[in-house]
Design a protein around this ligand. Sequence first.
Ligand code: B12
Ligand code: SF4
Length: 457
Amino acid sequence: MNVIVTRTPAGSAALDPPTLAPLGIYALGALLRLSNHEVRIIDPYVVVTQLEFAEHLVDAARTADVVALSANSYNWASTHQTVRLLKRAYPELKVVIGGIHPTYFPEHCLRLARADAVVVGEGEDALPQMLDAMQRGEAIDGIPGVLTPDSPDPARLQRQLLDLEGRSPITPAYEDVPAGIYDGLCVETSRGCMANCCFCSVASRRNWRSFDVDGAVRSLLASMRHVDKTSKQFLYLVDDCFTASPTRAKEIMAKVTAATTQAFSLGVEARINNLLHDGLVDSLARMNMGLIQTGVECGYDDGIKRIGKGTSLDRVMRAAESLSKAGLAGPSMFSFIIGFPWETRMECLRTIHFAASLIEKYGIRVNLTWYSLIPSWIWENRAQWNIPFDESVFDNDLWFLVDDYWWSMHPSMSPNDFRAIEDVISTYADMHIQVRRGSEFRLLNADDQRMICITPS
Ligand code: B12
Ligand code: SF4
């Protein structure tokens, strides 16, 4: 079949800068090519604005049988608008959607977008099965993880999480990545996380699964062949927790180093407890690290416990010290979130002061983000905090800036608290602390403008 795989740009350019090529569409596109479909991968940054992108896609879809769109909660609004445009232009065209947002809200997404199908969870098995069935003119509603308007029992839909044992990651079709747009490319060696933080949207929490080590190394080396198309020769391992098995992480880094002489810098997500594991920091120090991203979230032990992070401030300081001693302070980025629903001004200030103390003592970088309520454990339990919104809030392009939503997700905070906190942050202006509230991006140190990573986990 003639298939387009794509992802629409998010509503706010500040929250969707072209830093890293989106792995999902390049991996699914490569997979469909292996199944002998004719595939065009349309990168979200081929054109600049959402409107231009939609026009470009509608034009390209003239000759397509199927358009497959990938959505998270930030580009969901532009996704459903684009599906409607496509359906209006070509009523016979099949449109299927997948990704983290439809995984959380399949029925709502199917209904609003009027798509032909929604895939819940990981798409590697469901998408090719669906296209093969479409090609044969067969029904698709019995395929695991697939929801269609004809599905008899949507409530019984099972989230697809692949068994990765012995499986290799697909080598993404980075031969299609436009040159000169991105800072780096994304690759993966494992999925999911052993933790289960209450604010996190990752689809498989407390369920870490790893690809075959040699297969992962092969896929990484194959992606590396295209890294020269990016401005920073940066390879970012999107694994929610690359260091979940420190021994495996060390093995992968050693094998990659042994197999190539190509210049590249590496980015990983690491967990505090893993960083304290014997030899892991030394292994990281042997690589050319561009980024070691670590989620701490709170600057007080009660908060860390409440989140479910499974660590402590003492360990955070030991990890920062160890990174600093190994000469890795520069690429280390510890991220914090302020304004969780239970937090008052006092807890936010404790987090800010703790984050700043890490910069001061260990020279690492810190990323501080105002909390945004995304699909997660907190979302599912939002009634506890009297948050009255349902999933339709995400249908709005700039939902994270909707005032009522903002204040409802910070019920313990008044406008005065907010201003007082911002004032304190300003006093740290020379300390490389950056703060964001939705797309309102305030950079407190101009030198950090090229900072790549903005993930909250
Ligand atoms: C890498 C990454 C980034 C990179 C983006 C790289 C890029 N251009 O894609 C950077 C650092 C720039 C980034 C930024 C942000 N990120 Co981010 N990021 C990730 C991360 C760690 C990996 C994404 C990834 O590549 N996964 C691997 C691919 C293979 O998975 P996938 O795309 O989901 O696709 C699979 C399935 O979903 C499905 N699928 C996907 N699309 C489709 C389509 C069809 C048709 C089908 C059938 C199936 C299907 O099949 C695929 C293969 O199994 C995820 C966490 C995660 N595990 O997903 C967070 C995550 C996506 N990010 C998140 C957030 C919050 C952000 C930021 C808001 C952070 C911030 N405060 O600024 C911004 C927003 C950016 C934006 N506008 O989207 C949240 C999103 C929550 C949500 N509900 O949307 C996540 C889930 C992290 C979390 N802890 O909750 N991020
Ligand atoms: S925030 Fe990070 S550590 Fe916590 S569950 Fe999500 S991916 Fe895992």
